[in-house]
Design a binder for this molecule. Structure first.
Ligand code: HEM
Length: 332
C-alpha cells in the first residue's frame, strides 16, 4: 500500500518509462484515476453487444455429437469485445469506427509486447521483437494523439496506451480462465457472481506483482535493505485459508459455491492489487466478467482439449477451446 517505499521495478515494455510521467506520485509513476460508473456502464454495454456478435460469428461445423454445439476459442472470442469495451469506457465521446480502430491497435501492441515481456533477458534495443513492439506502440500513440483532445482527455498518449493495454490484456485472460473453469466442472447451475470471484481466485491473470524498496523497511518481521525486490502473489494469497473460506488443500479447486457463505468477503487475496496503484479498472473488469458468466450460465459448456498455462503475459489458459450449447437445446 505504501507506494513511496515500494516502487515499481520496471516499465512494462522494459525499455522506457511507459507512464512517461514524473512527479504525480512520490515514486514518479502516474496515478491512474478509477473509471467512473458512467464509463463502466458504457464499456459493459459495448461488451454485451460485441460478445453476442462474436459468439454468433464463431458459428462453424463442429466435431461434436450435437450439431448445434459450437467449438470456441475463448481467448480469440474475447479479444475484440474486451478491446472495444475498454476503449469505449476510456475514450468517451469517440465515434465507433475510430474507437474500434484504436482497439485493434491496442491488440496489436499487446501481441507485440508479449515476446518482449516473456523473454528471459530483456531483448536488445534493435532486436526484431523490440522493433516490432516499438512500431506498434508508436502507431497506437499516434492514433491516440489525434483523438485524445476530442475525448477531453489531457493525459499523454503514452499513459492512455498503458491504461488501454492493461485494461484489455488482463480481462481477456480473466474471461478465458472463467470460461475454461466453468467448462471443466460438472454441468449444473452456478451463481455468476460466485463464478467470477472464484476464477479470479484460482487463476488471477496478474498472478505476481513486484515492487522494489526505496528505503530500509520491515516486512512481516524481515528487515529489508533499500533496493530489495518484494513479490506479492494474488495466486498464492488466494490459497490461504485466512483469506478464502476452506482448507488450503481444498482451495486448489475451482468451487464457486464457497462464496455462497455470507460471512466471507471475496477479494482479500488482492486480484486487483491494493493501495495507490490498485487497479483503476476493477469495476469494469468485474462487469465484463459478469456478462461472460451470465452468458455461460445459459449454456452447457464443455472443454474440448486439455489446457496448459501460457506465461507470456501474466497467466493465460491455452488452448482455451470449449463447446457451448444453449441450455434449452441440451434439455430438449
Ligand atoms: C478482471 C479484470 C482485471 C484484473 C484482474 C486486473 C488486475 C490488476 C492488478 C492486480 C493490478 C495491480 C498491479 C500491480 O500492483 O503491480 C492492476 C493494475 C492496473 N489495471 Fe487492472 N485489472 C483488470 C482490469 C482492468 C481494466 C478494465 C483496466 C482499464 C480500463 C485496468 C487498468 C489497470 C491499470 C492502468 C493498472 C495500473 C495501475 C497503476 O500502476 O497505478 N485493469 N490491475
Amino acid at each position: 500500500m505504501d507506494a513511496a517505499t515500494f516502487d515499481f521495478p520496471t516499465s512494462v515494455s522494459r525499455s522506457t518509462d511507459l507512464s512517461a510521467s514524473a512527479g504525480d506520485s512520490r515514486t514518479g509513476h502516474h496515478v491512474f484515476t478509477p473509471l467512473t460508473p458512467v464509463e463502466v456502464e458504457r464499456g459493459r454495454a459495448v461488451f454485451a453487444t460485441e460478445w453476442h456478435l462474436a459468439v454468433a460469428a464463431a458459428d462453424s461445423p463442429q466435431p461434436s455429437p450435437h450439431p448445434d454445439a459450437r467449438e470456441l476459442e475463448a481467448m480469440e472470442l474475447l479479444r475484440r469485445p474486451v478491446a472495444r469495451a475498454t476503449c469505449a469506457a476510456v475514450l468517451t465521446d469517440l465515434d465507433t469506427p475510430t474507437r474500434d480502430e484504436v482497439a485493434d491497435l491496442v491488440l496489436a501492441w499487446i501481441d507485440a509486447l508479449a515476446p518482449v515481456i516473456s523473454s528471459p533477458r530483456a531483448p536488445r534495443r534493435w532486436s526484431r521483437v523490440r522493433r516490432a513492439e516499438h512500431r506498434s506502440r508508436i502507431a497506437l500513440e499516434a492514433a491516440l494523439g489525434e483523438v485524445l483532445d476530442d475525448c477531453g482527455i489531457t493525459d499523454s498518449p503514452a499513459i492512455v496506451a498503458t491504461m488501454l493495454a492493461a485494461g484489455i490484456q488482463v480481462p481477456i485472460a480473466a474471461g478465458s480462465w472463467l470460461l475454461v473453469h466453468l467448462a471443466a466442472r460438472p454441468d449444473g447451475p452456478v451463481d455468476p457472481d460466485h463464478a467470477v470471484w472464484e476464477a479470479l481466485r484460482v487463476s488471477p491473470p496478474t498472478w505476481l506483482t513486484a515492487r522494489v524498496t526505496t528505503a530500509p523497511v520491515e516486512v512481516a518481521g524481515q528487515q529489508l535493505a533499500a533496493g530489495a525486490v518484494v513479490l506479492v502473489s494474488p495466486l498464492l494469497l488466494g490459497r490461504r485459508a485466512d483469506l478464502a473460506p476452506d482448507t488450503p488443500a481444498a482451495l486448489a479447486d475451482f468451487c464457486p459455491e464457497r462464496w455462497a457463505r455470507k460471512d466471507v468477503r471475496p477479494g482479500a487475496w488482492l486480484p486487483f492489487g491494493a493501495g495507490a496503484h490498485a487497479c483503476p479498472g476493477r469495476t469494469l473488469g468485474l462487469a465484463l466478467l459478469r456478462e461472460v458468466a451470465h452468458w455461460a450460465s445459459r449454456h452447457h459448456l464443455a472443454l474440448t482439449s486439455s489446457v496448459t498455462i501460457d506465461q507470456s503475459r501474466g497467466i493465460l489458459p491455452t488452448p482455451a477451446r470449449i463447446t457451448a450449447m444453449p441450455r434449452e437445446e441440451v434439455e430438449r
